[in-house]
Design a binder for this molecule. Structure first.
Ligand code: NAP
Ligand code: G4F
Length: 331
């Protein structure tokens, strides 16, 4: 039975990845921060076979202890401050967790090591935010980085460290440069889920409008359930490498609104949306569009869920849960 250690297990991707690996027969361990993390209960309900191990990406000894205890075949480093807007306000904390946390995890693996016959394989959750002020479109593995946020800068550090440990210590370390991926489990702070959740509340008469920032930026949005499959595929290759994971389709926030409101039965979204400068960013990433040809050719990976289906799934899930909150007298 293969053993996997996942950091960021309570996040959107951690939840999908743990279920994928369990379905493939892995024994899955999740690193969980804090002394009484409230998300632990939900995780165990979703995946009762999961083992949770205490640890924090700010604390190298806890990572060494976790790797020693778990003796993993594969480590997936998904833990991060992942909200770009927060990274402008808490830049140092973002550098500490999203950036230095990668170095600490790599060090824990280097120090504990695996056996010569069975070295530990490492996956780093890199991001299309690293392309930032894009130098070419579509973006591929060779596109230079130009990050536009403390989050993007921290991800470039983590990405480069992963490449450096691969080259210096012959570690099986791969990076997935993942473009935005969403789902019913996406955090409410991200624009897609903020829209589908608010829209469900508008439909049910609980809320009147949505306050948003810049509607002109464009993102290459895929489905998280498809993207965790790519993470696993990267660690099954003989050689470690870096891969762009994307759909090859881009849409503005305006287009997301148009589709979501149409699905909910409205002709026009504009009367329901306000501009609120609090959601504008000091520097914006205007356009992301990925070219995942390498992943298709080498990993055999392609996305399954398209844009319209993604929006529909998210809206319908939010409508269902907001309706059941309403029925239970919770708002
Ligand atoms: P997410 O939902 O925000 O999850 C982040 C996870 O990091 C949570 O489990 C969180 O734990 C954990 N974490 C935060 N601080 C930590 C610390 N000090 N020590 C240990 N764990 C810590 O993110 P996601 O959307 O699943 O994304 C997963 C990874 O992929 C992240 O690294 C993100 O930056 C990257 N990424 C995401 C996308 C995307 O579109 N989703 C695209 C490219 C890259 P708590 O719940 O305990 O706070
Ligand atoms: O949903 P977002 O917050 O995602 P963003 O900034 O693209 O970052 C996500 O994707 C990255 C991959 O490219 C990940 F690495 C990262 O961890 C995260 O998962 O914002 C998307 C766009 C931005 O242009 C933002 O300015 O939506 C715009 N936006 C407009 N109004 C808003 C809002 N974003 C949020 N979160 N909230 C708004 O009210």
């Amino acid at each position: 039975m293969k053993r996997a250690l996942i950091t960021g297990i309570t996040g959107q991707d951690g939840r999908y990845l743990s279920q994928l690996l369990t379905s493939k027969g892995y024994q899955v361990f999740g690193l969980i921060a804090g002394q009484a993390n409230p998300k632990a209960k939900l995780l165990m309900e979703e995946n009762p076979s999961l083992d949770l191990v205490g640890g924090d990406l700010r604390d190298l000894p806890s990572l060494i202890a976790a790797v020693e205890q778990v003796q993993p075949d594969e480590v997936y480093n998904l833990g991060a401050i992942s909200f770009v807007q927060l990274s402008f306000k808490q830049a140092e904390l973002t550098a500490e967790i999203t950036g230095l946390g990668v170095l600490r995890m790599l060090e824990a693996i280097r120090i504990v090591g695996g056996t010569d016959k069975n070295p530990i394989r490492f996956y780093q959750a890199s991001s299309s935010e690293m392309f930032g002020k894009v130098r070419e479109t579509p973006q591929k593995e060779s596109t230079p980085f130009h990050p536009r946020s403390p989050y993007g800068v921290a991800k470039v550090f983590g990405h480069d460290m992963t490449v450096n440990y691969r080259e210096s210590y012959d570690l099986h370390a791969s990076s997935g440069i993942l473009f935005n991926h969403e789902s019913e489990r996406r955090g409410l702070e991200f624009v897609t889920r903020k829209i589908t959740n608010s829209l469900a509340r508008i439909k049910l008469g609980i809320q009147d409008t949505i306050s948003l920032g810049n509607l002109d930026s464009a993102r290459d949005w895929g489905y998280a359930g498809d993207y965790v499959e790519a993470m696993w595929l990267m660690l099954q290759q003989d050689e470690p490498d870096d891969y762009v994971i994307a759909t090859g389709e881009t849409h503005t926030i305006r287009e997301f609104l148009e589709v979501a409101f149409r699905i909910a039965g409205y002709d026009d979204w504009e009367p329901f949306v306000n501009h609120d400068t609090r959601f504008d960013r000091p520097a914006e990433v205007d356009l992301l569009l990925g070219d995942a040809t390498k992943a298709r050719e080498k990993l055999g990976w392609t996305p399954k869920v398209g844009f319209e289906e993604l929006v529909t799934r998210m809206y319908e899930s939010d409508l269902k849960s907001e309706q059941s909150n309403l029925d239970a007298g919770r708002r």
